[in-house]
Design a protein around this ligand. Sequence first.
Ligand SMILES: [Zn+2]
Length: 276
Amino acid sequence: MPELPEVEVTRQSFGDRIEGASVRSVHMGKPLRWPVGYDVDALHGWQVGKVLRRGKYLWLPLARSDGTQGGLLIHLGMSGSLSFSHRLPPAGVHDHFEMVTDKGTLRLTDPRRFGAVVWGPSMHEGVPGKLLAGLGLEPFDEALDGAYLHERLRGRSVAIKQALLAGDIVVGAGNIYACEALFRAGIDPRLPAGRVSKPRCEKLVREVQSVLQQAIALGGSSLKDFKDAHGAQGHFQLATQVYGREALPCRVCGTPIRRVLQGQRATFYCPICQKR
Ligand SMILES: [Zn+2]
């Protein structure tokens, strides 16, 4: 599943190139997760603004020459990827959204169709506003620090790994990144969230930020068929410390890495390096 780093890498791969483009036409394939909620034929002539990311969503702002504002909120779902180019092959059976502009064509390829393209008057109103309302802080938001995390975890008995995954405190710590950040912070993923001390929360925030930064720098990760909008593949999976390494020796202490299930998701950790 494309996670925050892949979505950010995707944004970086086409955001500058599509900014200022004029929409010529929009074509929809099979239904995606939710209806667009707008007559896409009426988007002819609208101009694309600066592409933003919020969590795993991309916001493509659009403006008409008379000043009318709006935009499309895009989610890549389980298996989606975006391409942006002047020279794309003819649309195939898995291409379900295509925006032709004077700077190139933006295309969503999504075999499983859990992705979405949804209209809103802004990213804070309408359906986009509802979809983004429950999201936690961005991982690189200045307001995110150890004190904030500690305060939000207070009194919670759920395991720290699951508290991170929930995304209502901080977005972006998906399964791979939560496992990796907890290893780097030396925290047992099963520790009740409310028992993580403030200094350990500070360390954890730094490690969440650093692991996401590294994944973005390496071009995203997780899915082996993940591609950014240039068609380049991500490589973060090669560099994991614990994720996907069950029974292999810990890279720090040599102890076999353990795998447990937490809320139906696999957690990988080192029983020696990570403490309760
Ligand atoms: Zn270890």
